[in-house]
Design a protein around this ligand. Structure first.
Ligand SMILES: *[C@@H]1O[C@H](CO)[C@@H](O)[C@H](O)[C@H]1NC(C)=O
Ligand SMILES: *[C@@H]1O[C@H](CO)[C@@H](O)[C@H](O)[C@H]1NC(C)=O
Ligand SMILES: *[C@@H]1O[C@H](CO)[C@@H](O)[C@H](O)[C@H]1NC(C)=O
Ligand SMILES: *[C@@H]1O[C@H](CO)[C@@H](O)[C@H](O)[C@H]1NC(C)=O
Length: 597
């Protein structure tokens, strides 16, 4: 049921719009006399009044307890929508004036004419329609017959302008243009409007204002009858009133830039902003621009954008923006000047562009610092793991020097036998235990070397000296565990024999283990004395050196003959190295060759 009701109402509404009768509309005849060539505006009101006031909800609102049926009051929200039409001829069709018209602008219940020369005389009709209450029994319309004529007689001196200014806080008056020339006795009664609302108290040709406030600003309209005949034409004039402060006595004031130097990056685009505060002036002709100046000339800089960024009664701040695509060395030598001027005078602010160095310097410093730290870390690593690196190189090089040298042992171990085979403190490792237990345990069992221990591997029975020489000859290395016992005991002969053999045998190399410190006895053979000075020496550091992962064993292994990786660790290292890329291995090979040269 309900939808059909709405359709009926809609049809009814449509019918009313389509069949608009303009006959019942109240009519006013308005005359616009304009001064040719001058800027002037005109405005039409939708004067729906009297019994038609109910067309406008805001003019006649219901009190909260009132029923909307008790017309002519309206509820809030029933706002009227005003449409303007132009009628061709007296009974011609209506043409709606929409927003996009170039010279006529409908604004709420008013219609503005911007250009007198282009205003068409004729009949203008406004209609008010309530958005939510279509059933209005009265024609909500108003008809204006407009005549537009240029002023033919010479303008009178006393005629008031269409733009008038009121100084805030003072006393002043708003005068109706063109009326001032008539003699007082002939002056007609005037109806004044401010922003479309009638000022019922004002009937004379000017409005006196005792104390001017900003709400006095606005668009005023004065209407007066051209003859006492009620059906006669009514003349209308529009006055724009602006409340102002007194003109400034000061030059403009540059808000920014305030600095003289601007840091820029070469090659980057640059935007320069200049904001200038201009004091109020009635005839306001602000100038704001940028120009460039070098040693002997100056030239303009095209303004990219100029906009007002703040506007009050007293002042206006205008910003001028210029844009530079790229900062080059040329610009660094120039001065950029922001120039601002009003009728009082001019001001400038000059800035020089400076290359931003801080950033580059910081990068350089950071770069240097991180490189140094990196080098330091690498140095510490290389220092700490030097032996490991060399071992890695040896293993990688995989030159097996044990092949085809006809030697039986990797190392001959020479040590001092303990005379007093007494109790050995658990915190102390004797040199004998080092030679007989730790050396085989680590070098033989863990790393696969073959050791020659005289007591273990040489069958007794031969001549001692001959046995020694033979055993050393069959070994690739001679390891000598030096201590006061050793250096002063009979075993020093083994060292002497080995040195002599090593002088003639390139494949035999000697390693000294400094088990504990000792003093060289005078009686030591000179060849041994020299050997002690030049041969590689590894220091035994007691219990710290016992674990097979200690630096002591790494150093020993470094001096031991090179073989194919045989132990677990060797295989592991080999596997790691195989995963290196070709380039990397080539680099390592070169590096290793250099290290081992
Ligand atoms: C209508 O007039 C008011 C006050 O005169 C103004 O603020 C507003 O911008 C105008 N609207 C249009 C669409 O012109
Ligand atoms: C109008 O101005 C002229 C000169 O500009 C002057 O001679 C004349 O007296 C003025 N008339 C009035 C009514 O002020
Ligand atoms: C008023 O004007 C109308 C026509 O415009 C005329 O018929 C009428 O006589 C006039 N009345 C007076 C008092 O001038
Ligand atoms: C700026 O003002 C000075 C006087 O203060 C004047 O000599 C100069 O010509 C003015 N510059 C411009 C461009 O108007």
């Amino acid at each position: 049921m309900l939808p059909w009701g709405w359709v009926f109402l809609w049809l009814l509404g449509r019918q009313r719009t389509g069949g608009l009768s303009t006959a019942g509309c109240p009519t006013k005849k308005l005359l616009w006399t304009y001064s040719p060539g001058k800027e002037e505006e005109f405005v039409l009101f939708c004067h729906i009044s009297g019994p038609w006031r109910s067309c406008f909800s805001h003019e006649n609102q219901c009190s909260p307890t009132q029923s909307p049926k008790a017309l002519p009051c309206r509820h809030q929200g029933d706002l009227a929508e005003v449409r303007w039409y132009r009628q061709h001829g007296d009974v011609g069709p209506l043409e709606e004036i929409a927003g996009g018209h170039p010279h006529i602008t409908p604004n709420e219940s008013m219609l503005y004419f911007r250009t007198p020369e282009l205003a068409e005389p004729g009949t203008y009709i406004c209609r008010a329609r309530l958005r939510s209450a279509p059933r209005v029994d009265v024609p909500c319309c108003f008809k204006t017959v407009l005549d537009v004529r240029p002023q033919t007689e010479a303008p009178c001196n006393a005629s008031a302008p269409h733009k008038q200014f009121l100084l805030l806080g003072t006393m002043g008056s708003i005068r109706c243009p063109r009326l001032g020339c008539q003699a007082d006795s002939h002056r007609p009664e005037v109806t004044w409007y401010q922003n479309g609302k009638v000022l019922s108290g004002e009937k004379s040709d000017s409005i006196l204002v005792d104390d001017i406030y900003d709400y006095h600003q606005g668009t005023y309209v004065c209407d007066y009858a051209l003859s006492p005949n009620a059906s006669s034409w009514i003349a209308r004039a529009v006055v724009h009133v602006r409340t102002i402060v007194a003109d400034t006595k000061f030059k403009p004031d540059i808000v920014y830039p305030t600095q003289d130097v601007l840091e820029v990056e070469l090659g980057k685009p640059l935007t320069l902003h200049c904001a200038v505060r201009f004091g109020f002036q009635r005839d306001f002709n602000p100038v704001i621009r940028w120009y460039i100046k070098d040693a002997d000339r100056e030239w303009g800089f095209p303004t990219f954008q100029e906009k007002s960024i703040k506007s009050t009664f007293e002042e206006e701040v205008i910003e001028c923006v210029v844009f530079l695509k790229e900062v080059t060395w040329r610009e660094l030598g120039c001065k950029f000047v922001c120039f601002a001027q009003n009728s009082v005078g001019n001001v400038t602010q000059t800035i020089r562009l400076k290359e931003k160095r801080g950033g580059v310097l910081l990068y350089v410093l950071l770069g240097t610092a991180s490189t140094l730290v990196g080098l330091l870390a690498a140095g510490v690593l290389v220092y700490t793991y030097w032996i490991e690196i060399l071992l890695l190189c040896q293993i990688y090089q995989s030159k097996d020097e044990t092949l085809g040298d006809k030697k039986e042992f990797d190392a001959f171990v020479s040590y001092a036998k303990q005379c007093a085979s007494g109790s050995e403190a658990p915190s102390h490792v004797s040199e004998e235990r080092l030679a007989l237990n730790l050396f085989p345990e680590v070098l033989e069992n863990k790393y696969g070397f073959t050791l020659c221990l005289l007591d273990r591997d040489v069958a007794p029975g031969g001549v001692y000296a001959e046995d020694i020489v033979n055993a050393i000859k069959k070994s690739r290395r001679g390891i000598f565990i030096l201590s006061p016992n050793y250096i002063n005991g009979p075993q020093v002969f083994e060292l002497q024999a080995a040195v002599n053999l090593a002088l003639s045998d390139q494949m035999l190399k000697l390693i000294l283990i400094k088990f504990s410190s000792f003093q060289e006895p005078e009686s030591l053979p000179p060849v041994v004395k020299k050997a002690l000075r030049v041969l590689p020496t590894i220091t035994w550091r007691g219990l710290k050196s016992v674990p097979s992962s200690s630096r002591f064993w790494a150093q020993v292994r470094y001096h031991m003959p090179m073989r194919h990786p045989r132990g677990r660790v060797g295989r592991w290292l080999g596997a790691i190295l195989q995963t290196f890329s070709l380039e990397r291995t080539r680099w390592i090979r070169n590096c290793c060759n250099e290290l081992t040269v």
